[in-house]
Design a protein around this ligand. Sequence first.
Ligand SMILES: [Cu+2]
Length: 209
Amino acid sequence: MLAATMAVALLALLAGGFVAPSARADTIPPPKLFVTLEQGPGGTSVFLPTTITIGQIPTVVNVTVKNVDPTAGMQHTFTIRSTAATPPTPYIVNTGLLNSGEQAQVEFTVMAPDRLVVGTRNETVELDGGLIKFFCIPHESSGMKGHVVLASATTSTETPQMGVFLRAYWIGLLGIAGTMLLVAISYFVIKGSSRHYRDHREHIRRGGP
Ligand SMILES: [Cu+2]
């Protein structure tokens, strides 16, 4: 009975120890990625590059957009469309119109493969081929667009670190439970094979309880 109580206490202690670090890990701020995109290089209505590759979710993405279009008066934007039911504005990310030679900076956090956080806004966004789509408002119809790509092709909306920590937690608990089960089995096997308990009369004769 004492052994069982101690085992339970030990298990509770270890479980507590496993929970605490994972709770702290959740508060680690996401990494920040700085990227620079050109608009209209060589007078063509395209982004260069056309993909923003992030290593994990969540990631804070800071984009510097430069309109390098040599065509006088050619305006471009860097825009991401919200698909929320009633968004405050249709675009959750938007530089507004940039004239040739101008640049702007926008920042957003990729929270899920289809969700961004910008300030107090947390909304689903337009996808293109399953990827977050950014585009230029005046040239969307002529195909001036690009994508935010997750380097590791994860389809789960659960954050990767969370999965790893939960798995490690359960593997740890199962390991402890397995070890204690083996100890209990060993205890009964040794007890059962002990001569003292096989021959009780001899045990009493020797003055045992
Ligand atoms: Cu454009």
